[in-house]
Design a binder for this molecule. Structure first.
Ligand code: SME
Length: 160
């Protein structure tokens, strides 16, 4: 239905700017958080290459609970402070993990995952969700990916 992924030959920062613009366009006029998270997960999946999981965990009554995603079925609840997602939620800060096997307490939902990027979605300074990207490639993500997904998180903060 939507064919709005940015061309992959753009320099990464420009591709992420285009991705964030597409994200804003996708959610425009819609406030349902599940529908919007589902579309943003799909948009990330079709725009960011070499992923095996992309989606949301939401902050629900003090713990992270699985939200809309693309990838293999995943663990449903993650306590704040545990794993990469729980660490991002506890610190309110992006976690860029080049080798998940070297991250103490990493939660392996898909044994194929080798690197991970988790970006918190902040609303009025509080963590409302995290966006989690996994890759089967070691060191798949860099600071440009982190900055790019932070742009998408800013879009998500408008409906969460
Ligand atoms: N690896 C994550 C758990 C979520 S899955 O990757 C989808 C973590 O350590 O928090």
């Amino acid at each position: 239905m939507f064919d709005i992924a940015p061309p992959s030959d753009l320099p990464k920062p420009l591709a992420y700017t285009a991705l964030a613009q597409s994200a804003a366009a996708l959610i425009e006029g819609e406030h349902d958080p599940v529908a919007n998270m589902a579309n943003l997960a799909a948009l990330i999946w079709m725009s960011v290459p070499r992923l095996n999981w992309a989606g949301f965990y939401r902050m629900v009554e003090g713990e992270l609970v699985l939200g809309p995603f693309i990838g293999k079925p995943a663990c449903i609840r993650i306590p704040v402070g545990q794993g990469v997602c729980g660490t991002a939620a506890a610190l309110g800060a992006t976690q860029l993990v080049t080798d998940v096997h070297a991250f103490p307490g990493h939660i392996a939902c898909d044994a194929q995952s080798r690197s991970e990027l988790v970006v918190p979605v902040l609303v009025h300074g509080r963590v409302r969700a995290v966006i989690d990207l996994d890759s089967p490639e070691l060191a798949r993500f860099d600071e440009e990916d982190a900055a790019g997904i932070e742009l998408v998180a800013r879009v998500a903060s408008t409906f969460l």
